[in-house]
Design a protein around this ligand. Structure first.
Ligand code: TRP
Ligand code: ZN
Length: 476
């Protein structure tokens, strides 16, 4: 009887698995995306990630990673199954609340069916052990993810590269705190977001324990490995600074970072207190064509011509740009990638505010006039408030016109109101998320004006608007 029953059950299981696939969950499943207009499959629904622990052992010679990533999360609905974003690697073990769970994979979606369904409101822990070589991906011509170079590695994820090296709810809407426990062969040094809590000598290897306790978007997570020298400093206002420079980097090359201490206090004075526990830069020991505002630890590459200007832009401005992102992008994060001008337009205008701070009003004025004329000759630049995947990081459309939106706003409402708007926005959405409508609401409220049509023409009309207050209008 028992034997017959178990045979029947086995048969049923076999039939249902043939019919429905091995890991198809019966019951509610978390969505496989967060309905981002540009990246519908980034992030996942049904839960809120609270904390990630990345326990990683990078093999520098083999250019491979192995480790275990744990996500603590809270179910926001009943879940028979849920997704993480994760690409590549071989999964060796996967548990939910310490019990082995079933899973299936397709491109960068990992679908997990826990042994016991989760109830709305439950907190749960998912642990995934994996190994292999990280996969990089490309958006708007920038290769993102975990990248190796001759004598080290770095991770730069914006917008969708995090899932190429760890399983994650990969959208800025779901921020979480992070622990990084990274073990590398000597004499490599590991830098990551937040505070270095411990360094453990294991003989041939060293384990670095880093903690970022403030909410962080996954694209801002970074682990950077090289033969590093750490240098500490403190801003006059009291913000701790730690920089990671490749061993033996010449003073001419570190010089562009030396005013970070003043910049922190300058931006704190106009935008409100620096939002995190610590700041600094990490320099990948390889040439890079970009820099990234990785939280608490902005990432740069080496530049042979360290202090040469690129066009008008002094290298120090890029340092100010990445620092200002800590307020705009990192503390106040995007609700949707379409709103990228809220990051890049703000950081670009911030670097110009630093220019104004050190070189005066005329320097800012002529910079903004130059940009206006440049965009004017391009006969419209598209819609800054609505880019597509190909123009997400477009210099003219997002960085330059984005900065001009803020300059035009400042000319329109005056300095006092403008800086009030910026401070109120940074404060109201600190450690959270905002979109263009949220910013317009703050601007209307603080100025006491209805600026809806001002923003409409600047952000959603491709024609370049005039800035009548300073006599700028399009030539045709
Ligand atoms: N946000 C970066 C900046 O400050 C630009 C950027 C976008 C980037 N995607 C990236 C940098 C990926 C490094 C890797 O302008
Ligand atoms: Zn930027």
């Amino acid at each position: 009887m028992r034997n017959k029953l178990s045979k029947l059950l086995l048969l049923l299981a076999l039939v249902s698995s043939l019919t429905f696939g091995p890991a198809r969950a019966a019951g509610p499943t978390g969505a496989d995306g967060l309905a981002d207009p540009l990246f519908p499959l980034l992030g996942n629904g049904g839960y809120d990630a609270l904390h990630y622990t990345l326990d990683l052992k990078p093999a520098m010679e083999q250019e491979s990673l192995s480790g275990t990533v744990t996500m603590e999360a809270r179910a926001t609905q009943d879940l028979a199954a849920f997704n993480l974003d994760f690409a590549g690697f071989t999964i060796r073990q996967l548990t939910v609340n310490d019990a082995p769970a079933q899973y299936t994979r397709s491109t960068h979606e990992l679908t997990i069916t826990p042994a016991k369904p989760l109830k709305m409101g439950d907190t749960f822990t998912t642990a995934i052990t994996y190994d292999g070589s990280p996969e990089t991906s490309s958006v708007d011509g920038i290769e993102t993810g975990w990248r190796w170079y001759n004598n080290g590695s770095f991770a730069a994820n914006e917008p969708a590269g995090a899932a190429g090296w760890f399983p994650v709810n990969d959208h800025p809407l779901d921020k979480a705190s992070y622990t990084f426990r990274v073990t590398v062969a000597k004499p490599y040094v590991v830098a990551a977001n937040g505070l270095l809590k411990n360094t453990i000598d294991n003989g041939d290897t060293t384990t670095y324990l880093w903690e970022e306790s403030k909410p962080m978007a996954s694209y801002l997570a970074t682990v950077d490995i090289a033969r590093y020298t750490m240098q500490t400093d403190k801003s006059p206002g009291g913000v701790a600074i730690r920089n990671y420079f490749p061993e033996g980097m010449a003073p001419e090359e570190t010089q562009m970072y030396s005013r970070t201490r003043e910049m922190i206090d300058f931006f704190s004075s106009i935008y409100g207190p620096y939002p995190f526990d610590v700041y600094g830069v990490v320099i990948a020991d390889t040439e890079l064509g970009f820099a990234l505002e990785t939280q608490t630890l902005s990432l740069f590459g080496r530049t042979r011509s360290a202090n040469r200007r690129v066009g008008q832009i002094a290298p120090e401005e890029v340092v100010a740009h990445e620092l200002s992102h800590q307020w705009f992008g990192d503390s106040v994060s995007l609700k949707s990638w379409e709103d990228i001008w809220l990051n890049e337009g703000f950081a670009t205008y911030s670097q110009f505010l630093w220019l104004e701070h050190v070189s005066g009003k005329d320097a800012l004025d002529s910079r903004m006039r130059g940009i206006y004329r440049l965009l004017d000759t391009q006969r419209g630049t598209g819609e800054t408030g609505r880019p597509d995947v190909q123009t997400l990081f477009d210099t003219n459309l997002i960085y330059l016109r984005g900065s001009l939106v803020l300059h035009a706003l400042r000319m329109h409402v005056g300095d006092e109101t403008f800086f009030n708007i910026m401070r109120t926005y940074a404060d109201r959405f600190r450690y959270s998320n905002a979109n263009t409508a949220d910013f317009i609401k703050v601007a209307n409220e603080v100025s006491g004006q209805d600026l809806t049509s001002f923003f409409q023409t600047w952000l959603f009309d491709s024609k370049l608007p005039a800035i009548p207050e300073i006599g700028l209008s399009p030539s045709a």
